[in-house]
Structure formats: C-alpha cells, structure tokens
Write a protein that binds this ligand. Structure first.
Ligand SMILES: [Zn+2]
Length: 141
C-alpha cells in the first residue's frame, strides 16, 4: 500500500522465506520471536524486524522507524495483490472494468499490468494516504 516491494508469507515455511529473503535482499518483518533467534539473523547475515504491539498503526510506525522509512513512501505505486508496479490509465481505458458509480465519479486510475486489477483514488485512497502521512516517521534517527 505504501509502495514498498513486499512479499507476504501466510504460512510457515520459514526455510523458504529465509532463502527468498537472502536471494532477493529482503528484510524479514515478523512477530515470531523464534525467528529472531535463528543464526542467520543473530549473525547479522539477514536483517529482521520483530514487530511488537497489536494495533496496525503502532506496527507500521515501528517498522517505519526501525527501517528509516520516514516520508519517502509512494502510496499505491505497487499492486497490493501481486507487487507489480502500477501504471496510469485514462478513464476511457478502464471503461467497463470498474463499477458504474466509480466510473461516474472518479477521474484518476491506475492498473496493474500483471493481474489487471484497477485502482482509483477515491475516498478510501484519500483516507489511507492521510492516515499514512499522519503516522509520520522518526526522522531524527
Ligand atoms: Zn497485480
């Protein structure tokens, strides 16, 4: 959502997750305290952030602070389904791809060239951006 290249691992093949993180230069973001005890992480070979707190806002803020992601994020530049960069689309190009009410009221669209999902900058988008901006980051570090 914030425009950071992210892969979600729903269920537990930790070995596979670690291999992919190492191969692709990713940082593991987890709530799994056991994960943090792995040698590949304690040795500093692979970077990991242990997320604490239960509220999503707290969690985002923590990850932003620990990874130094203050205010440079680009909201909705990547597909939330498949992580692919989104492309601008004209209104004519999305005709028939979005609900009639949306088509009538929205002017700005982006589409994923990989899964063809269409996003628009409606009230939900604006509320999300406001929320993300409100979270800020710790720019003092
Ligand atoms: Zn996609």
């Amino acid at each position: 959502m914030m425009g950071y290249d992210t892969v979600l691992f729903d269920h537990g093949d930790d070995g596979r997750m670690i291999r992919i993180a190492l191969d692709e230069g990713r940082v593991i973001v987890t709530r799994d305290t056991q994960m943090m005890k792995r040698r590949v992480i304690t040795s500093g070979h692979l970077r990991a952030v242990l997320v604490s707190g239960d509220k999503p806002e707290q969690q985002i803020k923590q990850v932003m602070n620990e990874m130094g992601l203050d205010s440079n994020f680009r909201p909705f530049s990547l597909c939330m389904e498949c992580n692919h960069p989104l492309e601008e689309r004209s209104k004519a190009e999305v005709a028939g791809l979005v609900p009639p009410y949306v088509f009538k009221t929205q002017e700005h669209y982006v589409q994923c060239p990989n899964c063809f999902r269409v996003y628009w900058k409606g009230t939900h988008w604006q509320a999300m951006v406001r929320k993300l901006e409100g979270l800020g980051g710790d720019s003092s570090s």
